[in-house]
Ligand binder design. Structure first.
Ligand SMILES: [Zn+2]
Length: 826
């Protein structure tokens, strides 16, 4: 009889910690109203279009949180460096001064990402201070020691922890030494960087340039403790990519694509390859590439009146004019008259014939007497509107400002209004039985390379299906869903109006931030709008300020774009993998991705089996990226995103993993290419020149290399779907008699999670889970001092259980694993 294969879903995760609601301060905008435009026939444009990318450095995550909460746009391209966080801010000259006032270091334009001088290895480093190990029992553990090469240069990356790491006085120093290969001695001592996040010691770490691959490292702590570790390879020996297969076709995308182009190509692919492709339409239309027509008129400060049309600009709002009229005479009441789309407000006069209508009164009159043309009108920002309004000297045309194209915008008119997003579904068997993979690109509008990378991957699937065996295997064994742009409204705004747009186009702002000068700051950060570990639950990294770059929305899943993702994964429950593709940064993330700042309480850590599976998948995916042109995503940028970068409350990955058990990756493509000419890592940009330097920053090259990685993710999913093999595990050392206490740990032959007991009972899914010693470290070590029996079973990432044991049923077989460590002290 054929053995019944037992597979389970591993979702025995603890409930999320609820926390206090974190509130943020008011917008960083000027509340005085002193810059409000006077009536000039046209509302004044603000200066946000002059925003530019400015390299900055922050002392730590605390400052980052503050700066983001204040509404500054500094997401992405952020990098941990030994002395803090470096990145780029999208700011105006005025905002640069504000940043400096907050304690942000603004770097010169010529400063790229650079590690400290200590990183120049290979020769005897300076500052090699002698470390005196103390006699008490401080310990040092090495979490990672990775060797990799890129563009002819070797690098050693090390993470190590000391049990004294949190200690502040004195701060613990760690020295790293390496050998120069087998049977050579340790040397080249250097000081490691202490990494503290949200007040918590994380670990010490450094990236060092080295010319020869070391075999071992030694780490010594200033408070005692020394340990050695063996160096591993990171992405060395990358296998040849599919692009090297004979007849394999690639390089389909020849430039950036705006949403209309992406969607029309998706539909065309479905028509051309009906056997393996179709379109699935997402049910919630976007709120649209559209805005109300507006103007700020009537004076400055307390006299300014903000006017918004009831109709969208393209649906008549742009035809509305408003005029504030001074009439001859005295003792005249405030009144409004409407002719067609022209609104005339007849300003009140006092007994001596002076103008007498305040901004508040005029705003009220516009709302109530404009015959429905104006439905929102209020004083400027937080002003009380007590100033006397001045006549405009003629009609002022309201505008949605969407016709003001930015330099270099693509030809043609952009369709206004809500959009239905098509999902391109590719797979030979789209019956829900094959593992589904969701590729979701461009949540953030200005990130153009993720869209081209995803489209390139789709093209490769359909064009190579008939001719390439490996591609056929992918298409036959997976069910892929491409959302080529999940933020079409914002993306259009980025292409046509404001290149740095990050969020969608939905304006949730109250009057204080609803005037037209704020329009480039409206919108919801779609990747902060989800339900797990969200800002609404008190997690850090999402803002309640509607003009912040990380505005989380008025409530969880407030936006159609995020509702759609949940709809898709609920309708197609075979989706087991997800990649949220962003740029730029050269990072690959998973969970945990958010924490409550006070105490740094993260969302639950994935079980060790999932963690190992994530690492294994990441190595496969990133090896294929490297195979294209030697771009290395470094291990310090891989892992739980809140472990290696920052907390992003309410991101999509947390929701999909914790709610649905989907392996949910986040990817920052582009950026961080090692430049052998300068010896530095060079960061990328959101919209690099398409044909830029093919060895450094180029939209084309990034599209091709990261498409390699997405193709490998499909293979990971296909292999996962075919994995019917039980994992095996063992206790090391195992069964036996020992005269002394003994240190034991579990080992598995593949990524797998172990459930175990030590009290003789049968192990179940409620039993303790074998955990990591600490995050980013291998499994814990048990110090066994008395005779102990371990009962356990392991579950692999595909849900196969070792020996087909059924942990849910106490049947006669009870074929879990068991081992007894007998301590016979004699
Ligand atoms: Zn992004």
């Amino acid at each position: 009889m054929r053995r019944r294969q037992r597979r389970i879903a591993l979702l025995a995760l603890p409930a999320l910690v609820a926390g206090v609601l974190v509130t943020t301060g008011p917008a960083g905008a000027d509340p005085t109203g002193s810059t409000a435009a006077a009536g000039s026939g046209r509302s004044q444009l603000d200066n946000r279009e002059q925003a530019r990318l400015v390299p900055i450095k922050l002392a730590g995550a605390d400052l980052l949180d503050k700066v983001v909460a204040a509404g500054f746009d500094i997401e992405h391209g952020l990098k941990r460096v030994p002395t803090g966080i470096e990145g780029e801010a999208v700011v105006t000259a005025e905002q640069v001064a504000e940043l400096k006032a907050m304690g942000v270091e603004v770097l010169g334009d010529d400063v790229g990402f650079e590690w400290s001088d200590e990183a120049d290895g290979g020769i005897q480093g300076a500052a090699a201070r002698a470390v005196q190990p103390a006699s008490h029992e401080a310990t040092v553990r090495i979490a990672r020691a990775d060797w990799f090469t890129t563009k002819g240069q070797g690098f050693l990356y090390v993470e190590a922890r000391t049990t004294e790491g949190q200690q502040a006085d004195p701060i613990v120093e760690m020295q790293l030494e390496n050998d120069s290969g087998k049977r050579t001695s340790f040397g080249f001592a250097r000081t490691m960087s202490r990494f503290v996040d949200s007040g918590q010691y994380m670990f010490h770490r450094n990236l060092f340039k080295l010319d020869a691959r070391p075999n071992q490292i030694r780490v010594t702590s200033s408070t005692g403790g020394v340990t050695t570790g063996v160096v591993s390879d990171w992405l060395e020996d990358a296998p040849p990519p599919l692009t090297e297969n004979r007849g394999y076709k690639a390089d389909f995308v020849d430039g950036y694509r705006h949403p209309q182009q992406l969607y029309s190509r998706a539909k065309e692919i479905a028509r051309q390859y009906p056997d393996i492709a179709e379109i699935v339409y997402l049910p919630n239309q976007t709120n649209g590439y559209q805005r109300k027509a507006q103007a700020t008129i009537g004076g400055t400060g307390q006299a300014a009146v903000v006017v918004s049309s009831a109709a969208w600009g393209h649906e008549g709002g742009n035809d509305v004019t408003v005029e504030f009229v001074d009439r001859p005479g005295a003792d005249l009441p405030l009144a409004a008259e409407v002719t067609g789309k022209a609104v005339r407000v007849l300003l009140a006069k006092d007994a001596s014939g002076g103008l007498a209508s305040t901004a508040t009164e005029v705003a009220d009159a516009l709302r109530t007497q404009s015959q429905g043309l104006i439905d929102r009108s209020h004083p400027y920002r937080t002003n009380a509107g007590t100033g006397i309004v001045a006549p405009t000297g003629g009609p002022v045309a309201l505008t949605d400002s969407l016709d003001q194209k930015r330099v270099g915008a693509p030809e043609g008119e952009v369709p206004r209004g809500p959009v239905t997003i098509p999902v391109l579904r590719i797979g030979k068997h789209r019956d829900g039985k094959k593992p589904g993979v969701l590729i979701q690109a461009q949540d953030h509008a200005r990130e153009w390379v993720p869209a081209t990378t995803s489209l390139e991957s789709a093209e490769r699937l359909v064009h190579n299906y008939k001719s390439d065996k490996e591609t056929k295997k992918i298409v036959d064994n997976t069910d892929v869903f491409f959302i080529l742009s999940n933020n079409p409204d914002g993306a259009n705004y980025s292409f046509y109006n404001f290149a740095s747009q990050r969020k969608n186009m939905t304006n949730h702002c109250p009057d204080a931030t609803a005037d037209p000068a704020q329009r480039n700051s409206w919108g919801v950060d779609l990747n902060r709008n989800y339900r797990v570990g969200s800002g609404h639950d008190g997690y850090a990294g999402g803002s309640s300020n509607c003009v912040s770059g990380t505005y989380q929305g008025p409530e969880e899943l407030s936006e159609p774009e995020s509702k759609n993702i949940i709809w898709l994964v609920e309708k197609y429950s075979n989706i087991k993998f997800m990649m949220s593709v962003h740029s730029n940064g050269g990072q690959l993330f998973w969970q945990p991705g958010a924490y409550i700042a006070d105490g740094r309480i993260t969302t639950p850590r994935p079980p060790l089996g999932d963690e190992a599976f994530y690492w294994q998948s990441a190595a496969r995916i990133l090896s294929q990226v490297k195979a294209h042109r030697e771009t290395v995503v470094t291990p310090e940028n891989v892992g739980g995103s809140s472990d290696v970068l920052y907390s992003s409350a309410g991101n999509v990955r947390e929701d999909l993993y914790y709610t649905y058990g989907i392996y949910a990756f986040g990817w920052e493509v582009g950026g961080s290419v090692y430049n052998p000419a300068t010896g530095n890592w060079q960061g990328g940009s959101f919209q690099p020149a398409w044909e830029g330097d093919p060895n450094l920053v180029s939209g084309h090259a990034e599209t091709m290399e990261y498409a390699n990685g997405i193709m490998e993710m499909f293979r990971v999913a296909a292999d996962w779907g075919k994995d019917k093999k039980d994992p095996t595990s063992k206790l090391v050392p195992g069964n036996g008699k020992y005269r002394e206490p003994v240190d034991v740990r579990f080992e598995t032959n593949e990524p797998a999670t172990i459930y175990y007991t030590t009290d003789g009972s049968r192990p179940t899914l409620q039993s303790p889970r074998y955990a990591a010693t600490e995050f980013r470290e291998p499994g814990q070590v048990f110090h066994v001092t008395e005779t102990t029996t371990f009962n356990w079973f392991s579950v692999d990432s595909a849900g196969n259980i070792e020996k087909n044991y059924d942990p849910t049923k106490n049947d006669k077989r009870n074929n879990y694993r068991t081992a007894t460590i007998k301590i016979d002290k004699k």
